[in-house]
Design a protein around this ligand. Sequence first.
Ligand code: AHG
Ligand code: MN
Ligand code: MN
Ligand code: MN
Length: 340
Amino acid sequence: AEEHLPSTDLITLTRHILAEQNRLGSRATGDLTMLLNAIQLTSKFIATNVRKARLINLVGMAGETNVQGEEQKKLDVLSNDIMVNALRASGKTAVLVSEELEEAVIIEPRHKGKYCVVFDPLDGSSNIDAGVNIGTIFGIYQIEEGSEGTIKDVLRPGSHMVAAGYTMYGSSANLVLSTGNGVNGFTLDNGLGEFILTHPDIKIPERGKIYSFNEGNSMYFHQPVIDYLNSIKYPSQEHGKKSPYSARYIGSMVADVHRTLLYGGIFGYPDDKKSKNGKLRMLYEAFPMAYLTEQAGGMATTGTKRILDIHPTEIHARCPVFLGSKEDVKDLIKCYEAHA
Ligand code: AHG
Ligand code: MN
Ligand code: MN
Ligand code: MN
């Protein structure tokens, strides 16, 4: 009968991070734990604002345009400010890169630590006003040996990240994190104000049945993508796929990737005839999500190369993204190889 009772031994995010720290033994200083604690606070702070946005006049435009040429929503600006303030105050960061800030923030000596955080404070802005799932994405680098913390510390391949994650603000707030030792998912218990481990060791299915692309851009797609989409919509026996895939596209990367991690399948935002490098930003969208996908046993590619191997030359650089179940991503890569 015991298993019908609620658990009295909760694994909070803090407990989990401390356990990870202890696993590293004397090599761990506790700084990453403190930093992840600050990030955890920003997610709770943003989540509470998302929940009451409609009630406190937090929906709609802020009135400014960001470096991406996008009109900022009030929640984009607020979430950015929440993150910059908390990350600076943690004393554990040296460089911050945000989707909403043209320049990297170099933390002043008084607050400087050894980590760099790249983040998308509010992902899925176009979904805010409709109350559809949105999120926050982050990636963490450690500054290089001897560095004071410069932009060079973040212009590095995603494979150098020491941790990455996202929080999805949906029917519940879910924080999904990897520190390079698998992927774990936590759900915010609003009563306790704590993220509780609800999805231990997330593993993405080897193959899925869902594809997630903005097919409204089909007229701009390149041939490999068109071929791939046709292969899953009009499957032939020889591909070993008997029934067509289901389409699911939310338009918030966090939500589309979250579903892909849990259910499997493929998420894609290709480059096309209109956007040479696609839409998604390498540092704070593509890299963290590619990192989590690989840590969950999946694959992440531009179609021709592994995303985590790309060396960014610019903090707001973009790249094509295809990620998800291993078998599905391999099928897509075959379509690229056929056109090489
Ligand atoms: P953001 O809201 O942070 O600018 O990101 C939007 C991104 C991403 O969340 C999503 O995958 C993609 O834009 C959707 O783009 P389309 O509307 O072109 O499909
Ligand atoms: Mn944006
Ligand atoms: Mn985004
Ligand atoms: Mn954003």
